[in-house]
Write a protein that binds this ligand. Structure first.
Ligand SMILES: [Mn+2]
Length: 341
């Protein structure tokens, strides 16, 4: 965090403040971990804090210290509006633009009179905060919360609660320290968090060893349906509505399945097509390695988008047509797929 931002934050926090900390819609480990970590830290400094998420967060995070006190906006609209009205400061964490909180809460934030502080690592931060700590090279917002404490000269305030939350956010946002955003500094911060009481083995168990038997069986079906197109360096998985129904599908169960396709040797482009009869469409997740932009691919063909190596989209054709169309598009990308790595 640079000197100007540090000084601005020091001024804002010079006397006890009523602080609201907000994460993005469909909060992930980094959003929840960074918000809770910051909340514990600001409380130690003598401020009053409330953590608000636009909607509910996944069960595999519902053991994090402090998570019981998170207010879910869509469940408590009235109460939340009052909290925002009374706030002195609003910290927005792990998102770059107010529309990332979704619908009504976006309007609440846009109309808020409190001053904003942003801590985030996504591209192109919007300009709504009086203090913006943005760094797209950072592994995670949770890592940034540690650097935020450091910039304020307060790392000795690191408690076990803060450490566990920040470690969880860093671990989940780096794919367990695998992604290229994982720097030597990320590991140094993680080491400090472990020293402060974050138990890596226990955090890993709590986050990752939470599969239901149905989900594991569904993964078996997905892997059995895996198709590899070696000359296109592509692999894809399909799941029909019937296959989902047979395994008592719950939201989130297919999370991460596409990564198994990407883990096949030689594959740089992986896709999962999931039939959704209720919405009468096929939901698609794209993953890639290297320079192959699934953001472009999803934008060009599937009404979607995202990041260079992770994106989503959809098709209103049936599953079979969606697949045959996909296979017919691929040859146009053969050079890019071949040169991706
Ligand atoms: Mn993040």
């Amino acid at each position: 965090m640079n000197k100007d931002t540090t000084e601005a934050v020091q001024k804002l926090l010079a006397s006890p403040q009523k602080v609201v900390i907000v994460g993005h819609k469909n909060p992930d480990g980094d959003a929840v971990g960074s918000c809770l970590g910051l909340s514990f830290f600001l409380k130690i400094l003598g401020h009053t804090t409330t953590v608000i998420m636009p909607n509910d967060f996944p069960d595999f995070l519902k053991w994090l210290p402090g998570c019981d006190e998170i207010i879910i906006y869509e469940k408590e609209v009235q109460k939340t509006s009052e909290i925002f009205d009374n706030a002195d400061l609003i910290f927005t964490l792990d998102f770059n633009s107010l529309d990332r909180v979704g619908g009504e809460l976006q309007a609440v934030l846009e109309n808020a009179t409190a001053k904003f502080v942003m801590i985030d690592h996504h591209q192109q931060p919007a300009d709504y905060a009086v203090a913006t700590y943005s760094d797209v090279k950072m592994s995670s917002t949770s890592e940034m919360v540690y650097h935020f404490m450091d910039a304020l000269g307060q790392t000795e305030k690191l408690s076990k609660e803060i450490a566990v939350n920040l470690y969880t956010g860093i671990m989940t946002d780096t794919g367990s320290f695998r992604f290229s955003s994982t720097s030597p500094t990320t590991h140094r911060v993680a080491a400090r968090l472990i020293e402060a009481g974050a138990e890596s083995a226990i955090i890993n168990q709590n986050v990752y060893d939470t599969n239901s038997p149905e989900r594991m069986k569904l993964l078996g079906v997905a892997l059995n349906n895996l198709v590899i197109l070696p000359e296109m360096h592509t692999a894809y998985i399909t799941l029909t509505q019937n296959e989902l129904d047979d395994h008592n599908f719950k939201k989130g169960d297919t999370e991460g399945f596409v990564n198994y396709a990407l883990s096949v040797k030689g594959v740089v482009f992986a896709v999962i097509f999931i039939e959704n009869k209720q919405e009468n469409l096929v939901k698609i997740s794209f993953r890639s390695k290297g320079d192959f932009s699934v953001n472009d691919f999803a934008r060009n063909h599937y009404n979607g988008g995202g990041h260079i190596n992770a994106a989503g989209g959809k098709s209103s054709q049936d599953l079979n047509k969606t697949i045959s169309e996909f296979i017919s598009i691929l040859p146009r990308y053969k050079n890019k797929l071949t040169d991706a790595l």
